[in-house]
Design a protein around this ligand. Structure first.
Ligand code: ATP
Length: 442
């Protein structure tokens, strides 16, 4: 992970937020390459979940919502973690931190950070929602929250979307957006942060058909993670035990990815059968009927919801971890670092190198760059040895490198080097765009 964090910073994937001021706790900024990678992941999700289906519609709900939403959802009352503070070192811990032996607040308990005895406070509840005020007056009547999940924006718009698009149950609503949680134990780079992005889809089904749809969505979502190139043996399902299951949930599975090191297998996505809990709550709290009218059968009911909720940042981290490798190159002393990410996710699809800065090579390379740039993101580089230029691109995951050499200006051919196999193909420059497009699947 340390190597990945350093590469991510050095090459413009991910920077610490407000770094020049010492950083903001567990908040990260995506640099020029990171924003492309994350966008490619979001585009793949949006295509699979919205564009390629006629039974799911997209939505972009606001981050700020009516405060009653969070009472209905249970977040005001239930989105809390018991915490303890050390009066000596001022560190804060979750009350269930395994390093705390005994009951916090009693004299014999030792602080896991400073080692002092009897300095830990008793556990107290702490709400994970960020609070702010709407309008000029900072009083309790004007409190609003930054949403801790995007799902509620979907529930409150259930009938708006259904009626405006004339969808029939079963159908889904999907959205991608920011969520905020004042996490107590954030960390592991972008794995758990206080500001993050979620890609959520709520699928509304007739009660009684819910388990069938739950199984369907489990399968679809696992297929999607495989399609990103995540290794088979690094992905698995984890079924929530009775203790883990939320009180309203009828079934829940997490898709877990093996991040390696101390993290190991961790959740990247949750697939949940939420029953009619959410729509019932919003119906009660808003006093507005949210029932679906099934015209052919002349019946009204509250649909059950199958939710798929995946973290965009966590998936980005999984893609980076999955792709990172260090290897030796046959016939060379110096090894290389490769970000073996799926070509469809790579921020730069091809790099273009003139072998030398003379003999018309840069001009030809610039012409090729211009032609390719119209189709996908490319990078032009004429500085340093060709070996160095290859290394720079391997490290950021560019799948192809195109070299223009002495022969190119004579016979109009170029070489294309494959990041993973290191194989070089000599092909006609006017066939290049088609050749790369086919390999990239774009
Ligand atoms: P965890 O227990 O790991 O914090 P969770 O069970 O609270 O996660 P959900 O509420 O089910 O997570 O959210 C769905 C997805 O949103 C998670 O699978 C994860 O990918 C992402 N997610 C949740 N919290 C965070 C966070 N603080 N930082 C980054 N991603 C997050």
């Amino acid at each position: 992970m340390d190597k990945l964090v350093s590469l991510a910073k050095r090459r413009g994937y991910i920077f610490q937020s407000s770094e020049i001021y010492g950083g903001t706790g567990s908040v990260w900024d995506y640099g020029p390459l990171g924003v492309e990678l994350k966008k490619n992941i979001k585009d793949r999700w949006w295509n699979a979940m919205v564009r390629m289906r006629d039974d799911i519609k997209g939505l972009d709900a606001a981050i700020l919502m009516h405060p009653r939403v969070w009472e209905a959802s249970g977040h005001v009352a239930g989105f809390t973690d018991p915490l303890v503070d050390c009066k000596q070192c001022k560190k804060r811990f979750r009350a269930d931190d395994p390093r705390i032996k005994g009951t916090p607040g009693t004299p014999d308990v030792v602080c896991p950070a400073c080692g002092n005895r009897g300095t830990l406070s008793a556990a107290r509840l702490f709400n994970l929602m960020f609070k702010t005020f709407m309008g000029p007056v900072e009083d309790t009547a004007s409190v609003v929250y930054l949403r801790p999940e995007t799902a509620q924006g979907i529930y409150v718009n259930f009938l708006n979307v259904q009626q405006s698009t004339r969808q029939k149950v079963p159908f889904g609503i999907a959205q991608i957006g920011k969520a905020f949680r004042n996490e107590i134990t954030p960390g592991n780079f972008i794995f758990r942060t206080r500001e993050f992005e979620q890609m959520e889809m709520q699928f509304f089904v007739k009660p009684g058909t819910d388990m069938e749809w739950f199984e369907y969505w489990k399968g679809e979502r696992m297929k999607w993670h495989h399609s990103l190139g995540l290794a088979d043996d690094r992905l698995m399902f984890h079924q929530h035990t009775k203790e883990e299951l939320a009180h309203y949930a009828r079934a829940a599975f997490d898709v877990q990815f093996d991040f390696g090191g101390t993290l190991g297998f961790q959740e990247i996505e949750g697939v949940h059968n939420r029953g009619d809990f959410d729509l019932t709550q919003h119906q009660t709290f808003s006093s507005k009927k949210l029932e679906y009218f099934d015209q052919p059968n002349n019946e009204r009911y509250l649909p059950y919801v199958i939710e798929t909720s995946v973290g965009c940042d966590r998936t980005t981290l999984a893609v980076l971890v999955n792709g990172y490798r260090e290897e030796t190159v046959p016939g060379e002393d110096e090894g290389r670092v490769v970000l073996g990410i799926h070509p469809s996710l790579a921020p730069i699809k091809a790099a273009i190198f003139p072998l030398t800065k003379k003999d018309g090579q840069p001009e030809m390379a610039r012409r090729i760059e211009k032609e390719l740039r119209a189709k996908f993101p490319v990078d032009y580089d004429e500085t340093g040895s060709i070996g160095k230029r290859y290394r720079r691109q391997d490290e950021v995951g560019t799948p192809f490198a195109v070299t223009i050499d002495g022969d190119s200006t004579n016979d109009g051919t170029v070489t294309v080097r494959d990041r993973d196999t290191l194989k070089q193909d000599r092909i006609a420059a006017d066939r290049l765009a088609g050749f790369l497009a086919e390999k990239l699947g774009v």
